[in-house]
Ligand binder design. Structure first.
Ligand SMILES: Cc1cc2nc3c(=O)[nH]c(=O)nc-3n(C[C@H](O)[C@H](O)[C@H](O)COP(=O)(O)OP(=O)(O)OC[C@H]3O[C@@H](n4cnc5c(N)ncnc54)[C@H](O)[C@@H]3O)c2cc1C
Length: 449
């Protein structure tokens, strides 16, 4: 921090050192002559999204939020289809579990701000919440804007300043590269603070602000990254047989990744390019990861989660006895969406005129497999533009889970989606963004650090 003090003692509006004589590592401090330095802050929060606004709401002293878009919380407005699934009606341990094996890292943040306390905070700020039958928690008004506005108001009440339309271009470090000094904006303005909370999101849905620049800022500051891949993203099928099923849904499907991937049960939706819906979205991060490693990726789909191929075979046999004169495709259409039923019969090479009594064993076996474990080759995902979260980001090993501070760079804290943690739909990702934003601004460095 000594160099920060030296910097502060210089004339505030210009830097007299000729850039070519600058002996510091260029990525740390190669300051162009037009750079303007302004007064110091207690903390600078990079990104006015869910994590950044919460950090600001719990800030003390003079905090500054820098947001590249012209308004804070743009992504929040789009969450939950405009209703904002703020959290899940469960305890901290359950939230941690939703993020998978490595997520013990989150325990301190979630203990400090568990879902019930997040709901209480929102209610205290004029946004009561309700729990839906699946445990998802929404504002009672059904308006994501209420959540965003409450966080902005709380941040302002805490004394934080929010500057929009300001993109942070660099994190500035001291000479040794071991402590933060401040940030430089894309316009060349230098703002100093002993604590920087990097809450700039990942790469998902960049039109809502998170354009990946947070990842670049973290990397340039010396933090190592787990390569980002899109998650909670619709998948593009490599097969064309389902292209005209767009809009159809199966309310209780089970989807797994071949060969032995976990199965996820839930609604499945056919899209113009492939598959979506909660069951598919939940697996999409694993699929994107496999595709990034050039592994051929195939899903297996049970269009009715609780029916095995043996159950389907038993049903066909019952049809043969009770409805022998009826068309197989029409009988199947009573168990599955009609267009899907017809398409599965075609795939099993069962003609339009085949009645239940004439369904032979081979055709019945083929149809049962298409209903209970339909193979679908996946060509890709719909990419960052349609991804709801980022998998990967700042490696957990880089951060102290007690403070979310970098182990290499004192004063640099990382919160929200930028950290290498992601969870399925259900309010989990916002819960992490909120809880990590609060921890990142509040936690004091441990004495034994
Ligand atoms: C369509 C959609 C729906 C979703 N619905 C839900 C839901 O209902 N429930 C749920 O739990 N999760 C949901 N999510 C995921 C959730 O929104 C994110 O996990 C969460 O917003 C992450 O918060 P964050 O603050 O880390 O990042 P963000 O919300 O992405 O905020 C980062 C902010 O930083 C700004 N920024 C980026 N780079 C810079 C820079 N260089 N300088 C200055 N500012 C910068 C961005 O403009 C942005 O405002 C949804 C995501 C999407 C895309």
């Amino acid at each position: 921090m000594s160099s920060t003090r030296r910097l502060d003692s210089r004339p505030p509006h210009f830097d007299s050192r000729p850039p070519h004589l600058d002996s510091r590592p260029p990525h740390l401090d190669s300051r162009p002559p037009w750079r303007v330095e302004t007064s110091a802050f207690a903390a600078i929060i990079v990104g006015g999204g869910a994590a950044g606004l919460v950090a600001a709401a719990f800030s003390t002293g003079r905090a500054l939020v820098l947001e590249r878009l012209d308004r804070p919380g743009a992504k929040l407005l789009a969450t939950g289809g405009g209703r904002c699934n703020v959290t899940h009606d469960t305890d901290a341990a359950d939230i941690v579990a939703a993020f998978g094996k490595r997520a013990r890292f989150m325990t301190d943040a979630l203990r400090r701000w568990p879902p019930a306390d997040i709901r209480r905070f929102l209610a205290d700020h004029g946004v009561p919440t309700v729990v839906e039958s699946d445990g998802c928690v929404f504002p009672a008004s059904g308006r994501a804007a209420d959540v965003r506005d409450a966080l902005v108001a709380a941040a302002r009440r805490a004394g934080a300043e929010i500057r929009c339309g300001v993109k942070v271009a660099r994190i500035l470090l001291d000479e040794a590269g071991t402590a933060v000094r401040g940030v430089e904006t894309a316009c060349g303005e230098v703002l100093t603070a002993p604590r920087i909370v990097l809450a700039a999101g990942g790469r998902a849905w960049p039109s809502l602000g998170s354009d990946g620049s947070g990842l670049a800022l973290a990397r340039e500051a010396g933090l190592s990254l787990v390569p980002p891949t899109p998650a909670l993203v619709p998948l593009v099928a490599a097969e064309s047989w389902m292209s005209d099923l767009a809009g159809l849904s199966c309310p209780d499907a089970a989807v797994s990744i071949e060969p032995r991937g976990r199965a996820v049960r839930g609604p499945l939706l056919f899209t113009h390019r492939g598959l979506s819906g909660p069951a598919v979205l939940a697996l999409s991060g694993d699929v994107a990861h496999a595709l990034a490693e050039d592994s051929p990726t195939r899903l297996r789909i049970a269009f009715r989660a609780d029916w095995t191929d043996a159950d389907w075979l038993a049903a066909f046999s019952a049809w043969r006895t009770a409805h022998g004169a009826r068309l197989v495709r029409n009988l199947l259409a009573e168990a599955l969406p009609k267009a899907l039923a017809h398409r599965l019969c075609e795939r099993a090479e069962i003609g339009e005129d085949v009645v239940a009594a004439r369904l032979d064993r081979a055709a019945a076996l083929a149809l049962a497999e298409f209903c209970a474990a339909c193979p679908v080759a996946i060509a890709g995902t719909e990419g960052w533009d349609r991804a709801m979260v980022t998998r990967g980001g700042v490696a957990l090993s880089e951060l102290d889970p007690r403070t979310l501070e970098s182990r290499r760079v004192a004063g640099l804290r990382v919160a929200g989606e930028l950290v290498d943690l992601d969870a399925p739909c259900g309010g989990y990702n916002l819960t992490w963004a909120f809880a990590s934003g609060r921890l990142a601004i509040e936690a004091q460095p441990p004495f034994n650090a």
